[in-house]
Design a binder for this molecule. Structure first.
Ligand SMILES: CC(C)(COP(=O)(O)OP(=O)(O)OC[C@H]1O[C@@H](n2cnc3c(N)ncnc32)[C@H](O)[C@@H]1OP(=O)(O)O)[C@@H](O)C(=O)NCCC(=O)NCCS
Length: 291
């Protein structure tokens, strides 16, 4: 571990144009970390991380922050404010400036923001191999809620009998939101609405009613369903998952075993953490890399 220095860190709101500097920092931070542990990078290129941060820094549903040391950007963080429960990430610090308290400042900035705006709970997902991020988040009060297996591949079963999967439409929003409220106690309607407009959202129907939805079968997407069967139908409906993979709650042994029996491979293990309100979901679900 490098010596801990306390540099003069200024934290400010991120501007859309900060993505040009923060995007490459984000890619380098993940690439350096994952390579040192023998894992593939979570993002394919600096252009992709720049695109993701550019979207977040300009979207009214996100609160982005950057940290500067001597006027130079050292890292960034984001708070997804599109639902009652907020999600944090991606937080990344320039590898040359890590382990000196900058990440803590950027975490505190978004946690204070969530508190000011009355969010009852904040969640995030961290890479289980990353000792530093686990320590940082636990030290800030985050509890471990769920172990996750990031899984990739194409299921051998290509459909689930009795389930129909189709693209989600705006008219499906209220039924999906009601399902989310039954399973999680809150909905993620703004996020789902964004995903419907982007064309990535899916719903599964059984007996003519919606029994599950996914904003995307991807690292950045979440899914909520009544049962594992509905979730399996969603998972089986796509040829691959966006990004490194989907995040399967590994305490859901039946779903995990179905994924394994269908040929999906575990890419890495991750951990869902939360501070504030958390309730055990009453249904089947996949979190996104945000929460
Ligand atoms: C994770 C990351 C954002 C943290 O930022 P940082 O500036 O390096 O972290 P900080 O110095 O602010 O805080 C690290 C904390 O972990 C502690 N820590 C580090 N390694 C530790 C270990 N092995 N055991 C116990 N504590 C440890 C430090 O003492 C410090 O604790 P403190 O805040 O109570 O003093 C940064 O390292 C990073 O960009 N990593 C790569 C990308 C990434 O993994 N992002 C997170 C995705 S979930």
């Amino acid at each position: 571990m490098s010596p801990r220095i306390s540099p003069e860190v200024q934290v400010r709101r991120a501007l859309p144009e900060d993505a040009a500097v923060c995007g490459p920092i984000c890619y380098n931070a993940f690439n350096t970390l994952n390579q040192s542990h023998g894992f593939p990078c979570d993002f394919p290129s600096p252009e992709v991380t720049t695109g993701v941060l550019s979207m977040m820094f300009s979207h009214p549903g996100f609160y982005g922050v950057v940290a500067e040391i001597d006027g130079q950007v050292a890292g960034s963080n984001c708070l997804d404010e599109r639902s009652t429960i907020n999600g944090i990430g991606p937080i990344t610090i320039d590898p040359e400036r890590q382990n000196r308290g900058v990440g803590r400042r950027l975490m505190q900035a978004v946690m204070e923001r969530a508190q000011e705006r009355g969010a009852p709970g904040v969640r995030l997902v961290q890479a289980a191999f990353h000792t530093r991020s686990l320590s940082l988040y636990a030290g800030l009060g985050f509890e471990i809620r769920e172990p996750l297996a990031c899984m990739q591949g194409r299921t051998t079963e290509r459909a689930v009998p009795g389930c129909t999967v189709r693209a989600a439409q705006t008219a499906d929003l209220e039924e999906c939101n009601a399902l989310a409220r039954r399973v999680h106690g809150f909905d993620r309607g703004r996020e789902l609405s964004d995903a419907i407009h982007m064309g990535s959202a899916l719903v599964v129907e059984r007996h003519g009613r919606i029994t599950g939805y996914a904003t995307a079968l991807a690292f950045f997407g979440h899914a909520t369903a009544e049962t594992n069967t509905d979730l399996q139908a969603l998972i089986a409906s796509v040829d691959s998952f966006g990004g490194p993979g989907v995040l399967v709650p590994s305490r859901n042994g039946a779903l995990l075993r179905w994924c394994l029996a269908n040929g999906l491979r575990v890419v890495q293990l991750m951990t869902l953490m939360s501070v504030g309100l958390y309730n055990e979901p009453a249904g089947a679900w996949l979190p996104s890399i945000s929460f």
